[in-house]
Design a protein around this ligand. Structure first.
Ligand SMILES: [Zn+2]
Length: 169
């Protein structure tokens, strides 16, 4: 069987479970605080989104503060399809979040800090702003729960070996 491509519905199903199944929400989705907001994500992806929060705080502190103080326009788990398609959204698996939506509408360049986006991508994250139909509010993980546990501590900080790798480039 060929390896499924990270971020696709087959891959999400294989690594994060069946979002259609009864009990998925109760068993898999957990609440995290993200830049002062309640976000709901898959328990297996939790550490990766905590890492993303740290990237905002460390590399774009003014932006992070503005998100925390701004409108309630930040979304996470939602059982829905991709807008305008019959495909299950990664939001339905709890492996995608939307940040600062009002300033980052679908189809625009948005205002996401470049230094956060590039580091997120370097660590196995995907950013919707690079898509053919740009979705700059959208961040999703393309790591499996096993990869995330291997790289990050429970609070989202990189483990020493991974930090060495990041610094070493
Ligand atoms: Zn989204």
């Amino acid at each position: 069987m060929p390896e499924s491509v990270p971020g696709t519905p087959d891959w999400a199903l294989e690594h994060y479970g069946n979002a259609h199944k009864q009990g998925f929400l109760r068993r898999k989705i957990v609440e995290i605080e993200f830049l002062g907001r309640s976000m709901f994500v898959h328990r297996g992806a939790r550490r990766h989104f905590l890492r993303l929060e740290r990237l905002f705080e460390a590399r774009a502190p003014d932006y992070a503060a503005a998100v925390a103080a701004g409108e309630l326009d930040d979304w996470s788990y939602e059982n829905r399809n991709v807008r305008g398609s019959g495909r299950k959204s990664n939001h339905a698996f709890g492996i995608a979040i939307d940040i600062n939506a009002l300033a980052n509408p679908l189809g625009t360049a948005g205002d996401m800090p470049e230094e956060v986006v590039r580091q997120w991508e370097a660590e196995g994250g995907e950013w919707g702003g690079d898509w053919d139909r740009p979705d700059p509010m959208h961040f999703e993980t393309h790591l499996t729960p096993a990869q995330i546990r291997h790289r990050y501590r429970t609070d989202g900080t990189p483990r020493d070996w991974y930090l060495d790798q990041l610094i070493g480039g």
